[in-house]
Design a protein around this ligand. Structure first.
Ligand SMILES: Nc1ncnc2c1ncn2[C@@H]1O[C@H](COP(=O)(O)OP(=O)(O)OP(=O)(O)O)[C@@H](O)[C@H]1O
Length: 604
């Protein structure tokens, strides 16, 4: 037995890197020339395909494309490769041939997988989808696909179509399959991009049919208005399936309805954290969240905020109450802070992060403008000018507090337009009426506070006016996001005064990020310090009252200030007189007398 025999025996069934060992293999007669040719041909064809020489159009049939290429080689392609391999295999044993066939099949599958990945990446890039996480499922192209792939009820798909939702938006393309696979998710997509349906569809799919096990899905929203809107959307999409969906309107009735003695005939609860906490704190708790399978936190960055405006503590208590082992959590918002992201990475199980477009960016369909108005009076003049020139309702006007909302309402009440106001100081019935009238078009211009800034979907708002400069860029993104929804156009104008100059930089950059023209001087404005930013975020700046009438209190203050200044000046003069009396005498003597005095002095 010579060395080549030993090598052949030991190397039986092994595959060679032909580029590196070609010469040796030939010398030892381990392979024939045909073996190498087949191998070379395979590599060449793979490279060609990855370089895009494949004739098949990737755009025309995306669904088919994704299905076919999902890891399995087409039989035609396989045959070509196997034929070549069989010719080369003539001199091999049956076992060797089998192994070779298996190996080449594997290679084809790998190449198909690569091709598939490339196509998926191109599709994601086109729709600006970024997904981070392990084994992220592929995005879907149609709602119909969800029926085949995940068993989504056809009624839901029909209801979606009935509401005019024909094809999924980018966030729906990616977030739905992720949630369908029961993965926890942190999703961020621009305002008005269809996040509500993105979380409702998987929830409805997993709940399958109505049951008597108490609530199985919980959706949290920061405001009652948003909770009600989500409840309505959920009812629309699940129409005909018999799910019992609830929205807590009055806590007193909810306690009787959902308490321990209830029939447990409910499936989905949509509410604000405060109301839920109130019910959980009853003795015994007036609601049971032990069977919750899906906990959705909408506008999650808002709910994660600390302090008066946030719900962080309440959220922690609700998380504790949803203690089922198979609870899944989903966080949705148009904006995310670093804190929320870190929390999700640490606490969620194998989380998938989905971002559409650039993070914390404004919708591209909104025309944004910054308008310098100098002073508070300038703002009033600007808005009156806009009204006088004529505007296209509906318009939303944001101010920083309920007091200012009332002040502006008083000012505009007699300007000949249908104007109303909504803020936390109004009763729930008043708030509901205002929202209803605004939706119906009976109110043309609605003055509101940050209450309306999050999630509210008013169809066709044409213009958003930031009467008071927003406290943060995040607040700006949400406020202007009330227009330009679901791919429609819209405009936003932000008034700024001398006092707001130091905060213009941030907003100018958000505008630039959304592709709006911004003058260079705005982009180059000095950034506010960190302390200033924190201060502004915590509390809105003090501003002069919104009024064209002279403010009596202010007038009195001004008079008192002037009187005090006068008095101070007088005292100062008196003091000066005591220190330099001669000078005073000289002054009072006049020019002629002064000369006489000098002469007299000389004589002396
Ligand atoms: N696939 C779709 N095709 C067309 N319109 C859609 C689609 N999905 C949702 N919409 C519509 O888009 C609008 C905005 O949707 P939604 O309120 O869910 O946005 P959002 O992303 O939650 O916004 P926000 O960040 O302001 O809360 C709604 O009127 C909704 O009916």
């Amino acid at each position: 037995m010579d060395s080549s025999d030993i090598f052949r025996k030991l190397g039986f069934g092994a595959r060679f890197d032909f580029k590196r060992f070609n010469m040796d293999a030939k010398r030892l007669q381990v392979i024939s020339a045909t073996d190498k040719d087949v191998e070379d041909e395979k590599e060449n064809s793979a490279a060609k395909r990855l370089a895009g020489s494949d004739e098949e159009s990737t755009e025309s049939t995306p669904l088919k494309r994704m299905k076919v290429s999902n890891g399995h080689a087409s039989s035609e392609e396989e045959d070509v490769h196997l034929l070549g391999a069989m010719k080369a295999d003539e001199h091999l044993t049956r076992n060797q041939r089998k192994k070779r066939k298996k190996a080449s099949k594997l290679k084809v599958v790998e190449l198909q997988k690569l091709k598939h990945e490339e196509e998926i990446n191109a599709y994601k890039k086109k729709h600006r989808i970024h997904a981070i996480g392990a084994d992220v499922p592929d995005p879907v192209v149609t709602f119909h696909q969800l029926n085949g792939d995940y068993g989504l009820n056809q009624t839901i798909i029909d209801n979606m179509k009935g509401c005019g939702l024909e094809t999924p938006t980018p966030i729906q393309m990616q977030a739905i399959p992720v949630m369908m696979e029961r993965r926890e998710i942190l999703a961020c997509a621009p305002t008005g991009s269809g996040k509500t349906a993105a979380f409702l569809l998987p929830v409805l799919c997993h709940l399958k049919t109505p049951q008597k096990n108490g609530f199985r899905a919980l959706i949290l929203s920061p405001t009652r208005e948003l909770a009600k809107q989500t409840y309505r959307e959920c009812m629309r999409i699940s129409d005909g399936l018999g799910f019992r969906i609830h929205y807590i309107n009055k806590v007193s009735t909810a306690i009787d309805k959902f308490g321990p003695k209830s029939s447990q005939r409910f499936d989905i609860l949509v509410t604000t954290p405060n109301r839920l906490i109130f019910m959980l704190k009853q003795e015994p708790p007036a609601i049971d969240l032990k069977n919750i399978e899906w906990l959705i936190v909408d506008e999650s960055d808002k709910l994660f905020e600390d302090g008066k405006t946030g719900f962080r503590e309440q959220l922690a208590e609700i998380f504790k109450a949803c203690d089922s082992t198979n609870v899944r959590r989903a966080f949705f918002s148009a904006t995310f802070t670093y804190d929320v992201e870190e929390w999700c990475k640490l606490n969620l199980d194998n989380v998938v992060q989905v971002y559409i477009g650039a993070r914390n960016s404004a919708t591209h369909t909104i025309e944004q403008k910054l308008e310098f108005v100098g002073t508070e009076t300038g703002k009033l003049l600007a808005i009156r000018d806009l009204i006088r020139k004529g505007f296209q309702p509906p318009v939303l006007v944001f101010v920083q507090s309920k007091d200012r909302a009332k002040e502006l309402f008083k000012e505009l009440l007699y300007d000949g337009i249908n104007v109303d106001v909504i803020h936390a100081g109004r009763t729930q019935a008043q708030r509901d009426r205002v929202v209803r009238c605004f939706r119906q078009g009976d109110i043309w211009l609605l003055i509101c506070t940050e209450l309306m800034g999050r999630g509210i979907d008013f169809k066709g708002v044409n213009l958003v006016i930031n009467y008071d400069f927003p406290q943060t860029a995040i607040s700006y993104i949400h406020r202007i996001g009330r227009t330009g929804r679901a791919g429609r156009g819209g405009s936003a104008v932000t008034y700024y005064t001398e006092d707001d100059l130091k905060f213009v930089h941030g907003i100018a950059h958000v505008m630039k990020g959304a592709g709006c023209p911004v003058p260079d001087f705005m982009l180059n404005m000095k950034k506010p310090t960190r302390e200033l930013k924190v201060k502004m975020k915590k509390s809105a700046p003090k501003r002069d009252t919104i009024s064209t009438m002279p403010n009596k209190k202010k007038l009195r203050e001004k008079q008192m200030r002037e009187a005090a200044e006068k008095k101070e000046k007088g005292e100062k003069k008196k003091k000066e007189g005591e220190i330099r009396p001669r000078k005073r005498i000289v002054k009072t003597l006049g020019k002629k007398n002064k000369k006489d005095l000098v002469k007299k002095k000389r004589k002396c």
